[in-house]
Design a protein around this ligand. Sequence first.
Ligand code: PBG
Length: 308
Amino acid sequence: MNFAADIKSSLVQPHFVVSGNGVNQPIESMPGINRQSVDVLCETIASDMALGITAHMLFAVVDHHEKDSTASKASHPDMPLQQAIAQLKQKYGGDIVIMTDVCLCTATDHGHCGIVHNHEIDNDLTIPELCKIALSHASAGADYVSASDMMDGRVKAIRHTLEEAGFTNTGILSYSVKYASAFYGPFRDAASSSPTFGDRGSHQMDIRSGYDEAILEAVSDEGEGADIIMVKPAMTYLDVVRQVADAVARPVAVYNVSGEYSMVMSSTSDEESTASLVREIFHSFKRAGADIIVSYHARAAVAGNWLD
Ligand code: PBG
């Protein structure tokens, strides 16, 4: 079986949204990917839509002076992310699928994904903040809120919050199986979300853990009401993707993360060799059972016809 025809419709292009006007700032460690203000982002997405890339994952990059200990700005309706969602939905309606990242790390001054209490991330204090952020994205028009924080019980709480507010059609993509990986480095640069102390080991999964834990997380998120189950990173966990795809009834997504992207980009200097690598990588995702592929390569792969 050849998955080529299927890959294009599986792709999701990530974007980084910043404040300002006319901002189109390259990210050094991720050639070809920029931080963009809402006006520029809308132009980029217009050309992506023209290529046939209809699914987009938006990440907020919050200015330093707006960060605080509780990420209070992340749920503000006037922030660039919420503005971008509203504008894109108004323009494209049901033709676009907007997924938004729900986490505290980009808007906390300490860079952690949750509320810090006694030098530890407090799961239960974090959940209401995540629900606020998810609700603000849904109110702006997001199709899927993507919980990347890894707190226990957040899918159920977000589902409850959305339903109470009448957002019964907003989906939840859960980063169910997310490893404490060394492959997120370039992203943390891009989103200025590196922790200022400690690491993410308390809530992200141990890279040495076995299949049982991955399946447990995936099945439990499915039970809490997740519509899409994600495994992240992708390339070093294809075996886990297969196990998860066999265990859940929901679509499975892979996140071909920033470090994987940078590794490919820094190993090639011409389009043809990049194309060969990306083609091979994308086919491996499909073979492992991925229904959805979130990848920084999406745009170039579609534009350059790299998929066949
Ligand atoms: C936020 C988040 C991260 C990524 C996606 N959402 C960073 C992290 O967990 O530190 C990583 C994406 C990538 O590396 O491309 N929690």
